[in-house]
Design a protein around this ligand. Structure first.
Ligand code: TYD
Length: 200
């Protein structure tokens, strides 16, 4: 079973995913990964996408690099794990490209879906979108030592990302479960585990 986690900056989804993986691994074989990244090749692509030193990366290049990283990650990590009957938890997937590149960067859903056609053949069974006001999320990460190229975007951009996610959640209501990011981490975990068990 393929499960993804989505949300803006500072929603706590990375910690959350780690905890969920630990709980599920008591009963199942679990593989965790993240996008962009997860393997040597995709971590190299991640550096070009996120390192502030490459500030000249244009929106189209950004979307194409993310799609390339996603294709590599599918072949190297996700598909082999699913074939071996493992549960795969992934921090971000195609919905991130729909919210950030198609919607917030205005590249449009058609373009982003077309360059990600390979990923559309392998969609997650479940996606948890942690919804949070970007002002709250960005305040939570304000003490981070390092900001990547996308963290450095304006609040307005991150508000657009959230709008994008809310639209996408309405487009795919059977797959995407929207979680209130202001709830306690324990409550969020409870909701997610209940939904996964119900689906399994
Ligand atoms: P990361 O440090 O993993 O951020 P977070 O902890 O917020 O998940 O950085 C990933 C960044 O890349 C994040 O700002 C979202 C962005 N991104 C896209 O814009 N499009 C995509 O398709 C993906 C996978 C990520």
């Amino acid at each position: 079973m393929f499960i993804t986690f989505e949300g803006g900056e500072g929603t706590g989804k990375t910690t959350l995913m780690k905890d969920i993986a630990e709980i599920l691994s008591q009963e199942y074989e679990v593989v965790t990964s993240r996008e962009p990244g997860g393997s040597m090749i995709t971590e190299a692509i991640r550096d070009i996408i996120l390192n502030p030193k490459y500030k000249g990366v244009t929106p189209y290049t950004e979307a194409l690099l993310l799609a390339a990283s996603r294709a590599q990650h599918l072949d190297e990590i996700i598909l082999p794990a699913l074939k071996a009957n493992k549960i795969v938890l992934c921090d971000r997937y195609l919905d991130s490209s729909l919210a950030y590149q198609a919607y917030a960067r205005d590249l449009g859903f058609d373009f982003v879906l077309s360059i990600n056609q390979y990923a559309t053949y392998h969609m997650p069974a479940l996606t948890f979108y942690i919804d949070l006001d970007p002002l709250v999320g960005m305040a939570r990460i304000s003490n981070r030592a390092k900001y990547d190229r996308l963290d450095q975007e304006t609040v307005l951009f991150h508000q657009k990302v959230r709008e994008g996610y809310l639209k996408i959640s309405k487009m795919y209501p059977d797959r995407i479960v929207t979680i209130d990011g202001t709830l306690s981490i324990e409550e969020i975990k409870k909701q997610i585990i209940a939904k996964i068990k119900e689906t399994l």
